[in-house]
Design a protein around this ligand. Structure first.
Ligand code: M6R
Length: 608
C-alpha cells in the first residue's frame, strides 16, 4: 500500500528518498513522487508507474536540496496517473503533502476550500490537506498541520514540508503507520522501517494522534494539542541482507526457501521438550488467567485468516476450548459475543492491517483480552495488543505471504501446547508433538530440495484457466491458502473447498480441463478423501495429489503425485503448504507475472 519516506540532514535528499521508495516497492503502488526544498521553494517531481520512471526523470533534471518527502501511491481516490500521484502541493506552491490513508470528509472540506477560492487539480482526497494546511498556515508549519488535522475525519499518515517554514518535516499519524528514524545528525520519516534500514536502526514509532516535528537539530513528538509526548526509542534487529533478494530471482522464492530457518526461529527457546509444553514469555497472562477464559475468538484477514482456521482446529482438538474464527473485516461491524471472559487472538504478518487492527480494538472495547500473533516487531497491533507471540519470520517482502503463514501456524501450535498442557493434554502427547516439531525444518528442506519436480508440474499446468484445491480436516485451510497463492500471483481463477463439499456444487465444474489439487496426506481423513478423488476422476478431472505415502487407494486415480514426508496430522498443513507455494510461484513465473508485486495488491492493507 502507499509508502512515505522523508529526509532532513546534511546529505542530498533525492537519492536517499528514491532509495527509500525502492525499499517500499514491495508494498504495492502505481505512481511515485518527491518534493524537495531546493533553496528557492518546493520542487515536486512525480510520475505514474514504476519508481524507475521517476528515477529517470530525476536523472534528466536533478533536484538539489537536503530536505524532502517522497511517496508511492496505491490509488484509492482517482486513477493512477501523474496528476493524482503525491506529493500534492498547496495553491500558493509553498506546501507539499504526502499522505497514506483516506480523508473521509474530503468532499465537504473540498467544497469549503473551493468556496474560499482554492483550485483543485487532482481527484485525490489528499489535495484537500495541502490546501487546508495552507489555509491554516500562519508562519509555523506544525501549528498549521494541527489546525488542519482538527478538521479532518478519516485515517492518515502524512508528511508535510513548507518553503516558508523550511528545513523541517512535520509528520502525523492516525490509523496509518509512521515512524521517525534517528541517524547521525540526520533524521528520517517513513511508513515502514525497510525504507530507512540502510541508514539507521533507531526508530521512534508514532501512535495515533501524535505528530513528529523533525529538523536538522532533532525531533519532537507532540500530540494534537501541541503537548510534548515522551517516546521510547526502539532498536530494529532486522538487517539489510534480510530485505534483499540474496541471489534469488524473487523475494517470494527466497522466502519460500527460508522456511526451514524461519520455523526454527519461531520455535527457538520456546519448546520445553521434557514437559511437553511451550514457554511463551510475551503472553502477559498468568496460567490462572489463561485457564479462566470461556472461549477464544481468532480474527485476521487473507492468509493470516487461513492460519487462524488451522489454529481453531488445533486449539479445539487439544484444549477443548471453543474457538471461533472471524474475518476481521466482518467482525468489526458485527455485534460479536465477546466479553472479559473471551480471549481474542489477532493474527497479522504486518501488524498494520486496518481491518485487523479495528477488530482488535473492538474486541478490547468489549472487554476481551487480546493477543497478537505478529511478525513485524513494533507494529501497531504488536504495540496495542495486551500480549502476544512474535513469529520471528524476518521481513516478508513478497506480497504473497509464505514464510509468515507457516510460522503463524507454528505460533498457534505453541500456544495450543501451552494451553493444552494447562488443561487435559497429556505430557506424552505434548512430547510427541514437540518431537514432530523438531523434525519439521529438515522435512521442509527435503521438499525444497525437490522443487524442480514442482517446476515441471507448473510447466504442465501453466495454461490452465481454473484450478480447484480440495482438502479435509487440517488441510481444508491449506486448500484455501493454495488457491489464494495461485490466484494472487498468476491471476488464474482458483477456489479452495472442503473436499466433501465438492458434490454440493463445484463438481459441476469438473471436466478434462479442470486441474484439481487434492491435499491428501495419510491422515485421519485420508480414506474419505480418496473417495472424493475417485469422484473427480470419474468426471475426467486432472488430479494433482499431495500425498505422504504409497496409497493403494490412489493407484491409477491421480495424474500427478507429489509426496511429502510423514508427520502428525497437526503439522501436515505446514508441510503440504510448501509444494503449493512453489506451484503457485512457478506457474506465475512461467506466465510472466510480476510475482513480488502482483497487480492491484498491496503487501499491507492499511485502508478499509
Ligand atoms: O499483514 P496481514 O497478515 O494482516 O495481512 C493480511 C492479508 O492482507 C494478507 O495475508 C494477504 O492476503 C496476502 N497477500 C496473502 O498472500
Amino acid at each position: 500500500m502507499c509508502g512515505i519516506v522523508g529526509y532532513v540532514g546534511p546529505r542530498v535528499a533525492t537519492p536517499l528518498l528514491v532509495e527509500g521508495l525502492k525499499r517500499l516497492e514491495y508494498r504495492g503502488y502505481d505512481s511515485a513522487g518527491v518534493a524537495i526544498m531546493n533553496g528557492a521553494g518546493v520542487e515536486t517531481v512525480k510520475e505514474a508507474g514504476k519508481i524507475s520512471r521517476l528515477e529517470a526523470m530525476l536523472a534528466a533534471n536533478p533536484v538539489h536540496g537536503t530536505t524532502g518527502i517522497a511517496h508511492t501511491r496505491w490509488a484509492t481516490h482517482g486513477p493512477p496517473n501523474q496528476v493524482n500521484a503525491h506529493p500534492h502541493v498547496s495553491d500558493d506552491g509553498t506546501i507539499a503533502v504526502v499522505h497514506n490513508g483516506i480523508i473521509e470528509n474530503a468532499t465537504v472540506l473540498k467544497k469549503m476550500l473551493e468556496g474560499r477560492g482554492y483550485t483543485f487539480r487532482s481527484d485525490t482526497d489528499t489535495e484537500v490537506l495541502a490546501h487546508l494546511i495552507e489555509e491554516c498556515f500562519d508562519g509555523n508549519l506544525e501549528d498549521a498541520v494541527i489546525e488542519a488535522l482538527r478538521q479532518v475525519e478519516g485515517t492518515y499518515g502524512i508528511a508535510v514540508v513548507s518553503s516558508v517554514d523550511a528545513h523541517k518535516i512535520v509528520a502525523a499519524r492516525k490509523g496509518s503507520p509512521l515512524l521517525v528514524g534517528l541517524g547521525d545528525d540526520e533524521y528520517f520519516v517513513a511508513s515502514d522501517v525497510s525504507a530507512i534500514l540502510a541508514h539507521t536502526r533507531k526508530v521512534v514509532y508514532l501512535d495515533d494522534g501524535e505528530m513528529a516535528v523533525v529538523d536538522r537539530n532533532g525531533y519532537r513528538i507532540v500530540d494534537l494539542n501541541a503537548m510534548e509526548v515522551q517516546k521510547k526509542v526502539s532498536r530494529i534487529d532486522w538487517d539489510l541482507g534480510q530485505i534483499e533478494r540474496g541471489g534469488f530471482a524473487h523475494f517470494m522464492l527466497k522466502e519460500i526457501f527460508e522456511q526451514p530457518q524461519t520455523l526454527e526461529n519461531t520455535m527457538r527457546g520456546r519448546l520445553l521438550d521434557d514437559d511437553g509444553t511451550a514457554k511463551l514469555g510475551g503472553l502477559n497472562l498468568t496460567d490462572d488467567e489463561l485457564l479462566a477464559f470461556d472461549n477464544i475468538v481468532i480474527t485476521a484477514c487473507g492468509t493470516s485468516w487461513h492460519s487462524a482456521l488451522i489454529g481453531e482446529h488445533m486449539i479445539e482438538e487439544l484444549t477443548r476450548v471453543p474457538v471461533e474464527v472471524e474475518y476481521a473485516s466482518e467482525f468489526r461491524y458485527r455485534n460479536p459475543i465477546v466479553n472479559e471472559r473471551t480471549l481474542c487472538i489477532v493474527i497479522s504478518q504486518s501488524g498494520e492491517t486496518a481491518d485487523t487492527l479495528a477488530a482488535m480494538r473492538e474486541a478490547k472495547r468489549r472487554g476481551a483480552r487480546t493477543l497478537g500473533i505478529v511478525n513485524v516487531v513494533g507494529s501497531t497491533i504488536a504495540r496495542e495488543a495486551d500480549g502476544g507471540i512474535y513469529i520471528h519470520a524476518g521481513p516478508e517482502i513478497g506480497v504473497a505471504s509464505t514464510k509468515a503463514f507457516t510460522s503463524q501456524v507454528i505460533a498457534l501450535l505453541l500456544f495450543t501446547l501451552k494451553l493444552g498442557r494447562l488443561r487435559d493434554l497429556s505430557i506424552l502427547t505434548g512430547r510427541e508433538i514437540i518431537e514432530a516439531m523438531h523434525r519439521l525444518p529438515g522435512q521442509i528442506q527435503q521438499i525444497l530440495d525437490r522443487s524442480a519436480e514442482i517446476e515441471a508440474l507448473a510447466e504442465e499446468f501453466k495454461r490452465a484457466s481454473n484450478f480447484l484445491y480440495l482438502g479435509r480436516g487440517y488441510n481444508f485451510p491449506v486448500a484455501l491458502e493454495g488457491a489464494l497463492k495461485l490466484k494472487e500471483i498468476s491471476y488464474i481463477h482458483a477456489e479452495g473447498y472442503p473436499a466433501a463439499e465438492m458434490k454440493h456444487g463445484p463438481i459441476a465444474l469438473i471436466d478434462e480441463m479442470m486441474p484439481v489439487v487434492f491435499i491428501a496426506p495419510h491422515d485421519s481423513v485420508f480414506d474419505k478423501l480418496a473417495s472424493n478423488i475417485q469422484e473427480v476422476k470419474a468426471r475426467k478431472g486432472r488430479v494433482i495429489a499431495i500425498t505422504s505415502r504409497d496409497e493403494e487407494a490412489l493407484a491409477g486415480k491421480v495424474d500427478y503425485e507429489f509426496r511429502i514426508p510423514e508427520t502428525i496430522d497437526l503439522l501436515m498443513p505446514v508441510l503440504a503448504s510448501v509444494p503449493l507455494q512453489l506451484l503457485a510461484y512457478y506457474i506465475a513465473v512461467k506466465r510472466g507475472s510480476n510475482v513480488d508485486q502482483p497487480r492491484n495488491l498491496a503487501k499491507s492493507v492499511t485502508v478499509e
